[in-house]
Design a protein around this ligand. Structure first.
Ligand SMILES: *[C@@H]1O[C@H](CO)[C@@H](O)[C@H](O)[C@H]1NC(C)=O
Ligand SMILES: *[C@@H]1O[C@H](CO)[C@@H](O)[C@H](O)[C@H]1NC(C)=O
Ligand SMILES: *[C@@H]1O[C@H](CO)[C@@H](O)[C@H](O)[C@H]1NC(C)=O
Ligand SMILES: *[C@@H]1O[C@H](CO)[C@@H](O)[C@H](O)[C@H]1NC(C)=O
Length: 392
């Protein structure tokens, strides 16, 4: 383990070949690289000074940059435009790696011996904290799964006071759970605090993978495994990030609209024909070995996507044949493509919004998602929205 990408024998060979060629290319490459870098910096300074990119400066919002690839964002902001279907050759990314033979063998549903698993295959991991009874005592219409870092109690508490507090929304049962991995510095004290927190709220699920940024795909797949195993009776699920504003009433209203599919349904803010980031050093860098195609298939932005609850099982099953790469939302897109299912635009696509420019009560009463800057913002906006006066 320890290699997010698991390098297969064939790929190792490939990278050796590439390495043996690179010395020839280096001087020329360096020159061009420097010229390009200079140009990019110049353009960046210019754009920043004109103020049009100020929304990118918040670190919390930072991890969405890649999706809103500047040129694309500026050209087609949140539009409902139908893009041509991306041409992704999936057969090229299906090969299994051999890097997981040493994974813990604590597989709840044991695999046939000899089968080798990908790093994102959730059954490589097991739950060390669980609330398996949640969906036995009730049948949720909607279950919200929030990936969050073990140490981020502030975000969890803000969610518990706001969109995560309602157990009945618009007459439907809604459940909110938090998904955690292991913190990097095996912190015994923190683990005890988590136990206490779970005793109080009964809403933490923890699995034994390392909770790091590069492991977000594992986290998402563990969420899918939990849903498939412990909550198959829920009608819909949502993966929603912990830094989000969620107008939960509007979401339930949307899901009850006539014509909303009950199976094979994935919706959210759709991303079409997104280019894979190939610049090393980028947070979203994905090597061609992990994902050879230049474009991702259509996917839903990871901040918050909603799915019919038959899909988690299908994702888990298909993930065994899809090589892990670290972009969790695009990974779900690849699962969809492989399953032969298209993500569907929400009835009103403008309800799924990424960046929050400024709080506007009327607007927040009409949307479903917005990315926020802090837990305090969530509490403030939510409290304000819930005032009795009409929002518009
Ligand atoms: C996809 O890739 C495989 C393996 O490289 C190749 O055999 C196949 O023809 C490709 N399919 C398309 C549609 O390009
Ligand atoms: C959740 O809402 C109820 C009222 O419906 C309130 O009494 C309770 O304090 C809230 N929980 C939290 C954690 O804010
Ligand atoms: C991802 O999680 C696995 C399993 O816990 C761990 O071995 C690996 O080091 C983690 N990778 C990163 C990049 O954090
Ligand atoms: C963003 O999109 C443009 C146009 O599609 C492309 O040329 C550029 O390489 C992309 N940048 C990144 C970082 O993906």
């Amino acid at each position: 383990m320890g290699n997010v990408g698991g390098v297969s024998g064939a790929n190792r060979l490939k990278s050796q070949v590439v390495e043996s060629l690179t010395p020839l290319k280096k001087p020329l490459f360096h020159l061009w690289f420097k010229i390009l870098l200079g140009l990019v910096l110049l353009m960046l300074c210019f754009t920043l000074s004109s103020g049009s990119l100020t929304w990118m400066t918040s670190p919390l919002q930072g991890h969405y940059h890649r999706l809103l690839n500047w040129t694309n964002l500026l050209e087609v902001p949140f539009s409902n435009k139908i893009h041509p279907s991306p041409t992704v050759n999936l057969s090229e990314i299906e090969e299994t790696t051999q890097s997981h033979t040493e994974l813990p063998t604590a597989l709840p549903t044991a695999a046939p011996t000899g089968t080798l698993y990908h790093q994102a295959y959730p059954r490589n991991y097991h739950f060390i904290m669980n609330n398996p009874e949640v969906c036995k005592t009730k049948t949720p219409f909607l279950i919200l799964m929030v990936p969050v870092a073990p140490g981020n109690l502030e975000a969890r508490d803000a969610i518990r006071q706001t969109w995560g507090n309602g157990s009945v929304v618009q007459g439907e049962v809604v459940v909110t759970l938090f998904m955690l991995g292991l913190s990097e510095e095996a912190d015994v004290q923190q683990q005890e605090k988590l136990q206490q927190e779970n005793l109080q709220h009964h809403d933490l699920i923890q699995s034994n993978f390392m909770d790091t940024y590069l492991n977000l795909t594992i986290k998402t797949m563990v969420i899918m495994d939990w849903l498939a195993t412990f909550c198959p009776t829920a009608a819909y699920g949502m993966k929603i990030d912990s830094d989000m504003f969620l107008n939960i009433d509007n979401l339930v209203i949307m899901l009850r609209m006539p014509g909303i599919p009950q199976v094979n349904y994935l919706t959210g803010m759709l991303m079409w024909s997104r280019e894979v980031v190939r610049s090393m050093g980028s947070k979203w860098y994905v090597s061609e070995e992990l994902y050879p195609d230049p474009l991702y298939p259509t996917y839903t932005l990871g901040m918050g996507y909603v799915f019919s609850n038959d899909l988690p099982r299908k994702y888990v099953d298909i993930s065994i044949s899809i090589k892990t790469f670290n972009i969790e939302d695009a990974y779900i897109g690849v699962c969809m493509k492989k399953l032969g299912i298209e993500p569907i635009s929400p009835p009103n696509p403008s309800q799924f919004r990424a960046y929050n420019v400024k709080y506007d009560r009327c607007e927040y009463s009409q949307i479903i998602t917005y990315i926020l800057g802090s837990a305090q913002e969530l509490i403030n906006y939510w409290t304000d929205l819930k005032r009795p006066e009409p929002p518009c």
